[in-house]
Design a protein around this ligand. Structure first.
Ligand code: DC
Length: 216
């Protein structure tokens, strides 16, 4: 069983996907974390997006692995905290717009999900990675609420921003993610839309879990 959860940043995908996976006892794959890890890796290697050959070489040599606690490791190092900084958030949309990066990530995502019941969260899961997913959801939320969620995530790692800066960041990423040439953020025709602005986390999770249990 494949469950696809797509939507813009801070729409509630991670919390929902994590909760759904826990309740159903299945694998949770955060594909955004993978694009963030590549972004970090390219910075560390000093490779610019324009250096296509170097990007391809890097992609062919790097290793992304999720451990049993769902922590992400890049080339053997746990980078789960490092990929959440404001710097990575501001650069990840550009990295994820590169076709070479997308092709490699999709390959790894399909491999991880192969033969597993899995809930995948991202931008293109229901449209590109698993167009035949058993269940597809598209999460949305008011931009101010999303900006507040991002702020509290940043606060946890000691970074500060104003609410206006956070709103601008979110809008910029929405624009970049939904206007890129390859696999833009778009709702699959057969995806169920869930507005998480005014519902609790439990309600978000139960909406999905109840539908799946109902169909069993
Ligand atoms: O969900 P997130 O904010 O961690 O995702 C980080 C970025 O990665 C997001 O701005 C767009 C990109 N992304 C993508 O292009 N495709 C995915 N399936 C997941 C994320």
């Amino acid at each position: 069983m494949i469950i696809a959860i797509d939507g813009p940043s801070a729409s509630g995908k991670s919390t929902t996907a994590k909760g759904v996976a826990k309740k159903l006892g299945i694998t949770h794959l955060d594909t955004g974390a993978m694009y963030r890890a590549v972004t970090l890796g390219l910075i560390q290697a000093g490779i610019a997006h324009e250096e296509k050959e170097k990007v391809c070489q890097y992609l062919s040599e790097m290793e992304i692995v999720f451990d049993t606690s769902n922590q992400i490791h890049l080339n053997g190092k746990n980078v789960s905290a490092e990929i959440r900084t404001g710097e990575i958030s501001s650069l990840v949309s550009a990295t994820s717009a590169l076709l070479e990066v997308r092709e490699e990530m999709v390959k790894i995502q399909r491999k991880i999900a192969h033969g597993n019941d899995c809930v995948l969260e991202g931008r293109d899961i229901g449209t590109v990675v698993f167009p035949n997913a058993d269940y597809k959801y598209f999460l949305i939320a008011d931009v101010k609420i999303r900006a507040k969620r991002r702020l509290s995530e940043l606060e946890k790692i000691g970074e500060t921003k104003t609410i206006l800066e956070s709103i601008e960041d979110i809008k910029r990423r929405d624009y970049l993610d939904s206007t890129r040439d390859h696999s833009p953020l778009i709702q699959a025709e057969d995806a169920v839309s869930i507005d998480t602005s005014n519902i609790t986390i439990d309600e978000q999770i139960n909406k999905i879990v109840n539908q799946i249990n109902h169909n069993k």
